[in-house]
Design a protein around this ligand. Structure first.
Ligand code: GLC
Length: 429
């Protein structure tokens, strides 16, 4: 190695050390200055959020705007798919753009956005931890510090056609075998119906569904310490249930193109007996304005597992403040407004999206309208998080590639899992 190289390496190392030291004087210093500036400034803010499939977000923003004439919030609608939303937010952050003030972050992005200092640390009292669902609060933290406020939680539910199961004298299935048997029974009179769909397009939803299949078969993607353990017989059994589901027609071929909305449309058109979906579908599929063929004909149950009860992947969304946005004091107040009890209650009523405040799940009035709330609470409390990683974008891409290759027959499932294990070992070390 030449002298020049040694010197330039030493200079580079010094540069990194200086950079780290200057970063350290930011949010991590305890009582130090906030990374990206203090939570100051009032005035107009923007709110970057994935396409609002519920239709209620603008209404809540209008409510805020009508009482805050000098602190107006403008929605910037990003694409429907989680990956595309993340990409736009990351690109904005990388060029330090102030175009987005408030960010609607998927629960899996906190580590990446916090570690890169793209979002600011929030005061610990932004969220009264005792009142929120604990798993939801955890997703808003990175290294024990709060970087976002949990606004929506999410847990997977098994939507099923109650009318068709009742007619066949069947209860909702608790296992994959019961599900496929129920499908055979119903097909005797409804030959055209598709049996089961989830989210199998190559995007974040596939990571969710793959993780659920693995967990619901007794496997894990990463262990409690975050070490990848996906190359296991249990994980293979879970993935194989989906692979054979596609091969044997339990899952219709076109479900390989389904994200949440494509599946919802199929369920609402009466094309599916079972659908793995988030709570937001409850209100939309129950609409009696002609947009749903299955209003009054469906119910929900916990997700089935391979040989016993299944387990959901933890979903949800947290609101954070961009380090590069202006008027952060307004942004913080808006976030508090959105997470408040009245906002969460009215949002649940309007959209059936899962709230993050625990008390709403035990509210008798709400349970009357949403009888599944206790089931959903259980599903969320026992839900398994996706791997937590600063390089989450690469982690989820690796999972999506492995799962998609197995589901489409491009790779045998054991090879796909072996390759995934190797990639995750690299990404999570
Ligand atoms: C839902 C969940 C989110 C998940 C996404 C996948 O929006 O809340 O956590 O990543 O679906 O499509």
């Amino acid at each position: 190695m030449g002298v020049r190289t040694t010197v330039s390496r030493a200079t580079a190392a010094l540069g990194v050390a200086v950079l780290l030291a200057s970063c350290g004087s930011g949010g991590d210093g305890g009582g130090g200055e906030q990374p990206g500036g203090a939570l100051e400034g009032r005035g107009e803010v923007t709110f970057a959020t994935g396409k609002d499939t519920s239709g209620n977000m603008q209404k809540l923003v209008d409510e805020w705007n009508s009482s805050h004439p000098n602190e107006q919030v403008r929605i910037i609608e990003l694409p429907e798919s989680a990956d595309a939303q993340r990409q736009q937010m990351v690109q904005n952050a990388q060029v330090k753009s102030d175009a987005y003030t408030i960010l609607n972050l998927d629960v899996v992005w906190t580590a990446e956005f916090a570690a890169n200092r793209w979002v600011v640390e929030l005061p610990a009292d932004t969220v009264d931890a005792g009142k929120f669902l604990e798993p939801a609060v955890k997703t808003a933290k990175y290294r024990d510090k709060l970087y976002a406020a949990p606004v929506y939680s999410d847990g997977g539910l098994l939507y099923y056609r109650k009318d068709l199961l009742d007619a066949a004298g069947l209860q909702p299935p608790k296992t994959w075998a019961e599900l496929t048997a129920a499908c055979q029974a119903v097909k005797a009179t409804q030959p055209a119906i598709g049996c089961y769909a989830g989210q199998f397009e190559k995007y974040e939803g596939l990571t969710v569904n793959f993780d659920e299949a693995v967990h619901s078969a007794g496997g894990d993607v990463v262990d409690a310490s975050g070490k990848p353990v996906v190359d296991s017989p249990e994980a293979k059994a879970g993935l194989d249930a989906l692979v054979t589901g596609f091969q044997q027609g339990v899952i219709p071929q076109k479900a390989i193109t389904y994200k949440e909305e494509e599946g919802r449309r199929a369920f609402q058109a009466g094309e599916l007996l079972f659908h793995r979906q988030w709570p937001y579908q409850w209100n939309l599929a129950g609409k009696t304005d002609g947009s749903s063929q299955v209003a009054g004909k469906f119910d929900v149950a916990p997700l089935p597992g391979l040989n016993g009860p299944g387990s959901s992947t933890l979903g949800g969304h947290n609101f954070a403040i961009s380090a590069f946005g202006k008027n952060k004091a307004t942004a913080l107040d808006f976030i508090k407004f959105f997470t408040s009890e009245p906002s969460q209650r009215s949002n649940l009523l309007a959209t059936s999206q899962a709230p993050t405040l625990a008390s709403l799940y035990d509210d008798a009035e709400l349970i009357k309208q949403f009888p599944y709330l206790p089931t959903l609470k259980e599903s969320i409390l026992s839900a398994k998080p996706r791997p937590q990683a600063v390089r989450y974008g690469d982690v989820t891409q690796a999972i999506q590639e492995a799962a998609y290759a197995a589901l489409t027959g491009a790779k045998p499932s054991d090879v796909a899992l072996k390759d995934l294990q190797a990639k995750l070992q690299e990404l999570l070390k």
